[in-house]
Design a protein. Structure first.
Length: 157
């Protein structure tokens, strides 16, 4: 089983091709960094993997299940470049709990996931703080914790 498979992926905005014939395979546990200048297609690729954008051609699979554009795929999480665009709740705890609550989890499971994500990111002491009072690095950790709390049994973050 592969964690992520991209086959012959192409995507264009109107009159502007961005991704052309992309192929990539990642196995569980592998990590990869994607770097490039502004406008190179990094965000477009991530949005395609998350199912936010529909490719012009090609196919994407997460853990051998085809990514369907517009459908929630809990196996992959996307953290925004600017955490202020992602963090909006009155407290850090509430922000991390937002996703699991909207996944329909019971309160006990939400609480367990929030505490697990805060421990993983080292932000337990920030639980009752207002996000707008955090440093940039702390906000990034809150954004990552929010994605981790939505984890599926299998996940790529």
């Amino acid at each position: 089983m592969t964690a992520l498979t991209i086959k012959n992926l192409s995507f264009s905005y109107p009159d502007h091709p961005v991704l052309e014939d992309i192929n990539l395979t990642l196995n569980p546990g592998e990590r990869v960094g994607l770097i490039g200048p502004n406008g190179a297609g990094k965000t477009t690729l991530f949005h395609s993997i998350c199912g936010v954008l529909k490719p012009n051609s090609g196919q994407i699979s997460l853990f051998d299940s085809k990514v369907v554009p517009g459908k929630f795929h809990p196996q992959v999480g996307l953290v925004f470049q600017y955490p202020d665009d992602q963090i909006f709740s009155p407290t850090v705890y509430d922000d991390i709990a937002f996703g699991p609550r909207n996944m329909g989890l019971v309160d006990q499971d939400v609480e367990a996931r929030v505490h697990e994500a805060m421990a993983l990111t080292g932000i337990e002491q920030l639980a009752q703080r207002a996000p707008h009072h955090l440093s940039g690095g702390q906000k990034r950790m809150v954004a990552i914790a929010g994605i981790k709390a939505m984890r599926d049994r299998k996940s790529v973050v």
